[in-house]
Design a protein. Structure first.
Length: 404
């Protein structure tokens, strides 16, 4: 904890000296002007907080795919604070453990499974909108976007009704792990919710060992019995699905809706042609991504963009900045749901850690945008929004709207 306090004081003071990456780490309502400051310093530079930083799409993409970089140090140590029960999740593992555990989760996101999830997603969207009173107004995040991904994850993991309240509470809390923490007290609170999730999964693993179902936890129990993975690794997989799949998708729906309402001509286009919903998803991911940052550690000395990065160097790929790289996306600050770019944005990262849930997130968000445009065509913002302040996650805590 002492080292955390020292490092946040250091970040604060380097920000005061104008270092753009240190300022980004402090959390910004609008990071985009700072991304341009980073871009002006060249494709790769060493920030005052001793991290190499890139806003360049081609270079960022290359780093994410380069086997000389990992998510942990070469000795297997974590570079961020630990959350006991999520330690074994594969998001922060390197090969060969990463490869073994990712392989177990891949079949969940196959096209066959996507087909079965889609009617459920549409049903959940419709039910959530049925419950609202749009004329009196509602909060797009608290009353809509936050409930959609969690309903999906509950189904995927097979969470029984009696665990629903605890699961939802802990899942929303634990998802903030990805956004970072602001104080030692906040870190303590996050750990409690992560522990709560751990308890739910541990209980359900016992239950599914006795009463297997057609759900992810039952499949992980079977794999554990075959000796493919340990209990804590199985819990880590459940944890990363719950944590990585909820807040990010919630933020995608909120960021996209806000972008549409701030660009009425784009909203009108979607209302006229609901098939443009997948264009809204891609453009929101590019223009205002829920995931803004991916960090890596050099496992050996690396020559990159004219610099020598010694083994152990930290590298930050600014995903949200790479997505506005003018070399790849012409007129990058323009929000355009009909944009047709050959190169994919980096919002789902790249290489071995490419987001496993990308097809699910795309499908959920497209269903949400279609449903909003069809059911609430005159949706409007009615009060100030409130943002999460994080360098890695971008989204809204609160977004008051009304329709009709
Ligand atoms: C808009 C929604 C989402 C965004 C923007 C997003 C973004 C990301 C990013 C950037 C990474 C890689 C981080 C890195 O390279 O360090 C990642 C990994 C991951 N995501 Fe997502 N994600 C989203 C939704 C989901 C959903 C719905 C699920 C599952 C239900 C999911 C599951 C995962 C998993 C399991 C990983 C770890 C992959 C690995 O390490 O091999 N994500 N996601």
């Amino acid at each position: 904890m002492e080292s955390y306090l020292q490092s946040s004081r250091f970040i604060w003071s380097m920000g005061a000296l104008g270092d753009p990456y240190a300022l980004l780490l402090r959390g910004q309502a609008n990071p985009y002007p700072l991304y341009e400051e980073v871009r002006k310093r060249g494709p790769l530079h060493l920030s005052r907080v001793d991290t190499w930083v890139t806003a360049d799409h081609a270079l960022g993409n290359r780093i994410l795919r380069d086997g000389r970089f990992g998510t942990r140090t070469v000795a297997g140590e974590r570079v961020a604070p630990q959350f006991s029960s999520l330690d074994d999740s594969f998001l922060k593992l390197d090969p060969p453990d990463h490869t073994r555990m990712r392989r177990l989760a891949i079949p969940l996101f196959s096209p066959r499974h996507m087909g079965t999830y889609r009617p459920h997603v549409e049903e959940v969207c419709a039910e959530l909108l049925d419950r609202l009173d749009p004329v009196s107004g509602f909060d797009l995040v608290k009353d809509f976007s936050k409930h959609l991904p969690i309903a999906l994850i509950r189904g995927l993991l097979g969470i029984p009704d009696e665990y629903r309240e605890k699961f939802d509470h802990c899942c929303h809390g634990a998802a903030q792990v990805l956004e970072g923490f602001v104080s030692p007290e906040h870190l303590g609170e996050l750990q409690l919710t992560v522990d709560g999730l751990y308890e739910v999964f541990a209980d359900l693993m016992e239950l599914r060992a006795k009463e297997p179902g057609d759900d992810v936890i039952s499949r992980l129990v079977a794999a554990e019995r075959e000796g493919v993975l340990t209990t804590s690794e199985a819990i880590g997989i459940c944890g990363i699905l719950a944590v990585a799949g909820t807040e990010t998708t919630t933020n995608l729906v909120a960021n996209g809706t806000m972008a549409l309402l701030n660009h009425p001509e784009q909203w009108d286009m979607l209302r006229a042609d609901p098939e443009l919903a997948s264009g809204v998803v891609e453009e929101t991911l590019r223009w205002d991504s829920p995931a803004q940052l991916a960090t890596r550690v050099a496992h050996e000395d690396v020559e990159l963009a004219g610099h020598t990065l010694p083994a152990g160097s930290l590298v930050a790929v600014l995903l949200g900045a790479a997505n506005r790289d003018p070399e790849v996306f012409p007129d990058p600050d323009r929000f355009d749901i009909t944009r047709n770019t050959k190169t994919e944005h980096l919002s789902f990262s790249g290489g071995p850690h490419y987001c496993l849930g990308a097809p699910l997130a795309r499908m959920e968000a497209a269903a949400a945008f279609r449903a909003l445009a069809a059911r609430l065509p005159d949706l409007r913002q009615t009060g100030p929004e409130e943002r999460w302040m994080s360098a890695s996650a971008r989204g809204l805590r609160q977004f008051p709207v009304a329709a009709g």
